[in-house]
Write a protein that binds this ligand. Structure first.
Ligand code: UD1
Length: 337
């Protein structure tokens, strides 16, 4: 079975390539290296003993996408990660986000719609729920108007896939991630944020390593037990495994609808202060932090109801917050050594 992974050298993409190869799939990676590096391939080979086929290609170039599918007319499934994901940047440069995240998706779907049968897994986000009214969040919770162009590309992406699947032979699974963290336990691959990390865990590990002076905790006046925001932090390896299971569901024609949607989270919410304590526990270091005003656009809490993923997809997150944090810390130390 030959699987195309777009954005396969990125954070979640690279971990998914590893899990696919571990399960015996032949993997073709497309990546434009805009937020990744070919070095990641070495990590993948060290872990799996196998080099995936790699093509540096920009999915915004329609002709290149057409050519790719002419050369690879035997692809059994596509897992589509390639996208920009910085919320703040998307507010300043929305067209970059609509071009990169939406045009690419359209060109891919155009090629897949020419096939007799196509299987498509889409990287979506819990951001589509906005501040959901009820916790934990089920897949039936209403999708809300996103707070950023980035979030909107995920909502629009889901809508496009729903429309296209109805009219074509494409079957799709939309995976709504909560907050992916951590790295492969081997520390051969992991998250590589460019510049100052915007996300909590890479900022914490960099601060713990001494690269940043202190963590700014964005607000302690939220209506939560300790006043800081609550999120559902999921180990990236658990997340990667869910993609393989979702793909197998499509390949084995076990899906009951043309487009199915699953939340991927642990089901447990953790506050920012709890995440800090987890870091301190696994690293044995005190983390310098201060409370600052809220960050614009942050929601109070988001954690997943995982019943549908557990019972229908047959997947459950295995790792605790501490285990995920331990792998993130191991990775930080490895890349700085
Ligand atoms: C963010 C994006 C979300 C995206 C996700 C990808 C925003 C508003 N949302 O989610 O759309 O899908 O990343 O991973 O950017 N925090 C601090 N100090 C920091 C950084 C974060 O206190 O320096 C807090 C935040 O207020 C939040 C929590 O940590 O409560 C998690 O933040 P983050 O890692 O940025 O993820 P989200 O905001 O949940």
């Amino acid at each position: 079975m030959k699987i195309l992974v777009t954005g396969g050298l990125g954070f979640i993409g690279s971990h998914t390539v590893v899990e696919l190869q571990n399960e015996g799939f032949d993997v073709v990676v497309i990546d434009n290296l805009s937020n990744s590096s070919e070095e990641v391939l070495k990590g993948i080979v060290t872990i799996t003993g196998k080099m995936p086929l790699f093509e540096q290609l920009d999915l915004r170039e329609k002709k290149s996408v057409e050519d790719f599918f002419k050369r690879h007319n035997d692809i059994n499934g596509v897992i589509h990660f390639a996208a920009s994901k910085a919320v703040g940047e998307s507010v300043g440069n929305p067209l970059l986000y609509y071009e990169n995240n939406i045009a690419s998706l359209i060109f891919l779907l155009q090629e897949l719609s020419k096939q007799d049968k196509a299987n498509f897994i889409f990287s979506s986000s819990c951001t589509v729920y906005g501040q959901a009214e009820e916790m934990p969040i089920t897949e039936d919770a209403p999708v809300q108007q996103p707070m950023s162009p980035y979030g909107n590309t995920k909502k629009i992406g889901e809508e496009i896939i729903n429309d296209v699947a109805k009219a074509t032979n494409i079957n799709a699974i939309l995976l709504r991630y909560f907050n992916p963290i951590g790295s492969h336990p081997s520390a051969e691959i992991g998250e590589l944020p460019i510049g100052v990390p915007q996300n909590l865990v890479p900022f914490i590990t960099q601060t713990g390593f001494g690269l940043r002076e202190e963590l700014a905790v964005f607000g302690d006046d939220y209506p939560t037990p300790d006043g800081t925001c609550i999120r559902d932090y999921i180990h990236v390896v658990d997340l990667a495994k869910a993609h393989v299971i979702a793909l197998q569901r499509l390949l084995n024609k076990k899906n009951t609808e043309k487009v199915e949607t699953f939340n991927l989270g642990t089901g447990t919410g953790s506050s920012v202060l709890e995440v800090i304590r987890s870091f301190e526990k696994v690293s044995g270091k005190k983390l310098p932090y201060k409370i600052v005003p809220r960050r614009e656009g942050d929601i109070t809490e988001a954690y997943a109801n995982t019943d549908k993923a557990n019972n229908i997809l047959g997947w459950k997150a295995q790792s605790s917050l501490d285990e995920a944090m331990e792998s993130a810390w191991k990775w930080e130390q490895k890349i700085r050594s």
